[in-house]
Design a protein around this ligand. Structure first.
Ligand code: KMH
Ligand code: ZN
Length: 275
């Protein structure tokens, strides 16, 4: 049974979810900041951040990120984790651009994966270039794993000294094209990472809740939010990202696992510089 505190990440918006999927999706900087503050109040310590342009389409525009992050930090102390994944097909140089804001964390996808009808391209040279930029700027990478071979890709880069410990893996499970979101697969992934490394699960769709529950008791950490899942229960749309976070906080407490504050999450992840 896990005894360390649970880190909850809220993936508020993503690049693929639309208002037609869930009318409560936050899209503007103001809406995203409001959703971040509510998620933080419900127990999230990390905000996984995608932003949208004024038409609601995914963008990697640094100015939209800058504004959104400033608004978030006016309201709460959550760690902001910028997405370098963007949307399927976003050019690599656009994906990298918001790193110039030097966020505390950013995502680093560790391989190429079919993603629904598209291909989320992350060839070896791109992964290494992104990892080097994060290392240079002192940004903590979250190592995004969409299938089991990506763990090995991440460990090869770790051997080159590109990551500071503890390594923080995010197992994104249930993307059509990636590893299916089963409990067996989650436990298999968790067994692939070295001692001392940390992991989180982001289950897509109906896999979100059961995999989160397994992670809570198995010593992992949890990501929830509209990027991954728009439902609260079967056929019932979630009212907010905070509603999904609050349920994870309640379940964790019920089984004796306290939830990390942003300051505690920074300490666990080895994030030492201020934001
Ligand atoms: N939107 C997906 C294609 C990340 O944020 O780093 C990629 C993604 C991963 O969301
Ligand atoms: Zn994302």
């Amino acid at each position: 049974m896990a005894t360390d505190k649970l880190i909850i990440t809220a993936a508020l918006t993503g690049a693929e979810t639309t208002r037609a999927d869930n009318p409560n999706l936050p899209l503007t900087p103001e809406e995203i900041a409001q959703a971040a503050a509510a998620a933080c109040g419900a127990g999230a310590s990390i905000i996984h951040l995608h932003v949208r342009d004024s038409d609601g389409r995914p963008t990697q525009d640094i100015e939209v990120f800058r504004k959104t992050i400033a608004l978030i930090h006016e309201k709460c102390d959550c760690i902001v984790q910028i997405s370098t994944g963007g949307a399927v097909g976003t050019p690599p140089e656009e994906r990298l651009r918001p790193l110039d804001l030097v966020p505390e964390m950013a995502t680093l996808t560790c391989g190429t994966v079919n993603f629904g009808d598209g291909v989320f391209e992350n060839p070896p040279q791109l992964i290494e270039a992104f990892a080097r930029k994060m290392a240079e700027l002192g940004i903590k990478p979250e190592l995004e794993v969409f299938d089991v071979g990506m763990v090995a890709n991440a460990l090869r880069l770790a051997k080159q000294g590109l990551f500071k410990e503890p390594l923080y893996f995010d197992f994104v499970m249930g993307v059509p094209g990636g590893i299916p979101g089963t409990i067996d697969n989650l436990l298999h992934l968790a067994r692939q990472i070295p001692a001392g490394a940390m992991w989180q699960v982001a289950g897509v769709g109906r896999a979100e809740l059961p995999l989160a529950v397994v992670a809570i008791v198995a010593g992992g950490h949890v990501r929830v939010g509209f990027e991954d899942n728009i439902y609260y229960s079967r056929g019932v749309l979630a009212e907010s990202n905070a509603q999904l976070v609050a349920r994870i906080t309640r379940i964790a407490r019920e089984v004796g696992r306290e939830v990390a504050t942003p300051a505690e999450a920074r300490q666990m992840l080895g994030i030492t510089r201020g934001r």
